[in-house]
Design a protein around this ligand. Sequence first.
Ligand code: RP5
Length: 164
Amino acid sequence: MLIKPPVAIVMGSQSDWPTMRLAAETLEVLEVEYEARIVSAHRTPERLVEFATNARADGFKVIIAGAGGAAHLPGMIAAMTPLPVFGVPVKSKALNGQDSLLSIVQMPGGIPVGTLAIGEPGAINAALIAAAVLALSDDELADRLDAYRARQTASVPLFPADTE
Ligand code: RP5
């Protein structure tokens, strides 16, 4: 059996990809391998069960799951795997992602989903927290995470500039 990369990025729809690709791009910067796929809790429930029940045996270590609206995907995945699941509430058209956020964050005690911010910041931070989990047993990745933060710190100017 082909061993999967450490991170799975799953999303409920193609329409989530413009947000979730920020997670993918952040993992690429950190040189963390991932697999991205569309798994809908509502439209492809059998694909969801197949993915979530096999995720650990397939070799994934961490799952990033993004969804919008009635966003059941991260919670349903978490119900079917012991792997850490980080949920990204995708910004919905109707309610600006507040529906997504509340759907994902309000898990009952016992089945956790680590919930990030709505939209692109959440996607970026999901990648960073996934990398931080992997870095617990990967010193070279821990060094790359330190370097990422150092670059970010160095990029912040001391004085504000007029931009107009
Ligand atoms: C959810 O419904 C997806 O995660 C997406 O955010 C939302 C809308 O999906 P589309 O109608 O754009 O495919 O399942």
